[in-house]
Structure formats: structure tokens, C-alpha cells
Write a protein that binds this ligand. Structure first.
Ligand SMILES: [Zn+2]
Length: 68
């Protein structure tokens, strides 16, 4: 399930179109199979990814929209 699927970058104040989807999970809050998704533009893929990775939350980064 994907919630709050908007096409804009999730970074605060950024209105750029999202081209990446960062899938993450906080083990203290979420079931192991649950994925939260942040969308990111090229510029914020790194900063948002590092924010999640530092906390051990980042699980996967995929293209957005997904190539079918
Ligand atoms: Zn952005």
C-alpha cells in the first residue's frame, strides 16, 4: 500500500517533481513489512536518503513513477 501519493518532492519547502521514491520503515513504529514512502527530486534524494539511512530506516530507493 502506498499512502499520500503526491507527485512532489517530500523535502520541506520543495515543490520540485519527484523522481525517486524512498521506502523506509521505523521498526519502533511499524510492522517489519510496512513501508513508508517519501518522494524526492534529484536534489533531495541524497539528503532525505541520508536522514533515513542514519537512523537505519532506509530500505529501498526506486524510480518514481515506477517503470512498469
Ligand atoms: Zn526536492
Amino acid at each position: 500500500m502506498v499512502e499520500d501519493l503526491a507527485v512532489q518532492c517530500s523535502a520541506k519547502g520543495c515543490r520540485a517533481a519527484a523522481v525517486w521514491a524512498l521506502h523506509w520503515n521505523n521498526p519502533k513504529l511499524h510492522a517489519a513489512s510496512y513501508r513508508k514512502i517519501w518522494l524526492a527530486c534529484d536534489q533531495h534524494r541524497k539528503t532525505l536518503g541520508e536522514f533515513l539511512d542514519l537512523r537505519g530506516f532506509l530500505r529501498e530507493v526506486t524510480e518514481f513513477p515506477p517503470a512498469d
